[in-house]
Write a protein that binds this ligand. Structure first.
Ligand SMILES: Nc1ncnc2c1ncn2[C@@H]1O[C@H](COP(=O)(O)OP(=O)(O)OP(=O)(O)O)[C@@H](O)[C@H]1O
Length: 370
């Protein structure tokens, strides 16, 4: 699958833009604040139907305008797909695919997908546990729509349990009401955990493979799931009972803090290189290489599960990597469509650049560079 053409009207700093892209590597080159990331964002939005950097779709509309329009023509194994999106201030976005309006976007998830990496994604390694859980939740719900439903229900039950914990401080007679929330949390928590473990089991070998390929570092890379509720030797069939027990055990602490201390909402991922935790001991380059490896692995897994090859969007991803890593990263990509932004063309190895389509972006206008 690849994006052949794009048309934008009033999207971010693009008044009007039309472009044809190549199947392999496309480079957006230009000074700072010209619109390189905005163009990646337009591609991401067309593919994934959600904004990349902000949660507010209204921010995507050109300043002081009320409407924006995006169109992408994709080439897929089942034929061309054209997808259009209309954004109107104060309204929900409208999406049409091949002329037919779509209401349920989850139907479209398995046709077209983009994976994005920017330096901000280093938070996936360096940031708070919530960042890593967010990554897991976003990717898994894309691959497995019922996971999104489990999560929403889990969060609702968690919210109610936390309210009850606070009420129990003043009125202990309400304690029997905990049972219903504990039951729901155990059931949903077990389903969430099973899905996360199954996902990591498939993701991990690819993260390891890409990390070794990009870094040529022979030390063992491990990705471990840190379970806040029970030990790693509990088998998936017993997750429900183990959660139930963990909730009962943590009740005294939960009552003190007014907050549920165990469950998937408290879990984390750990990345070990040669036994050392990369969250705390990794260099910038190692952390960046790991993040890139995770994103490449995400894309590879998506391909394995759905049969479609996601588009890769790399925003300023090459700085702080040595020339060999840049070359290995971009060369790995020959069979996939990739969009890369840079303000310095010399960041891209010459032989890789020769095969790429290079576009110059200046003040929201796109032109050919070579
Ligand atoms: N909704 C919008 N309407 C008009 N302009 C916008 C909108 N949102 C952002 N911009 C502007 O777009 C410009 C370009 O932003 P972008 O992030 O794409 O730059 P860039 O070329 O990637 O730069 P850098 O190399 O610094 O990352 C910024 O000056 C920003 O103010």
């Amino acid at each position: 699958m690849h994006l052949e053409k794009i048309r934008l009207v009033n999207f971010r700093n693009f008044k009007e833009l039309e472009a044809d892209f190549s199947k392999g590597l496309n480079v957006f080159f230009g000074d700072n604040a010209q619109g390189k990331t905005n163009l990646l964002e337009a591609i991401y939005f067309l593919c994934n139907l959600r904004p990349m950097r902000t949660s507010k779709e209204q921010h995507l509309i050109f300043f002081d305008e009320t409407k924006a329009y995006l169109k992408g023509v994709f080439s897929t194994s089942s034929g061309p797909i054209d997808r259009e999106i209309w954004l109107n201030t104060g309204e929900k976005k409208k999406v049409r695919e091949c002329g037919v309006e779509k209401k349920r976007f989850s139907e479209l998830f398995w046709q077209i997908h983009a994976v994005f990496f920017s330096p901000d994604d280093l938070s996936l390694v360096k940031g708070k546990p919530a960042e890593r859980r967010r990554f897991l939740d976003l990717v898994i719900s894309r691959l497995k729509p019922q996971y999104g439903r489990y999560l929403a229900e889990y969060n609702r039950a968690l919210f109610q349990r936390n309210i009850l914990l606070k009420q129990l401080r003043h009125d202990r007679t309400l304690v029997s009401a905990l049972e219903v929330w504990d039951e729901q949390l155990s059931e949903l928590g077990a389903a969430i955990l099973r899905a996360r473990m199954a996902f990591l089991e498939k993701l991990y070998p690819w993260v390891k493979k890409y990390y070794l390929y990009f870094s040529r570092d022979e030390r063992q890379l491990e990705v471990k799931y840190e379970n806040s509720s029970f030990s790693a030797d509990v088998l998936p069939d017993s997750f429900r009972e183990a959660f139930s027990l963990a909730l009962r055990k943590s009740l005294p602490q939960d009552l003190k803090s007014g907050f549920t201390q165990v469950g998937p909402h408290r879990d984390d991922l750990q990345f070990l290189l040669g036994g050392r935790d990369l969250r705390y001991f990794g260099s910038q380059g190692e952390q960046r290489t790991l993040c890139l490896s995770i994103k490449f692995a995400e894309r590879r897994m998506f391909f394995e599960v759905t049969g479609i090859s996601p588009i890769l969007l790399l925003d300023d991803a090459l700085s702080e990597l040595d020339i060999n890593r840049r070359k290995w990263i971009l060369e790995e990509e020959e069979v996939w469509q990739v969009f890369v932004t840079t303000s310095d063309l010399s960041a891209i190895p010459e032989d890789v650049l020769k095969k790429a389509s290079v576009f110059r972006i200046k003040a929201g206008v796109l032109g050919w560079w070579s």
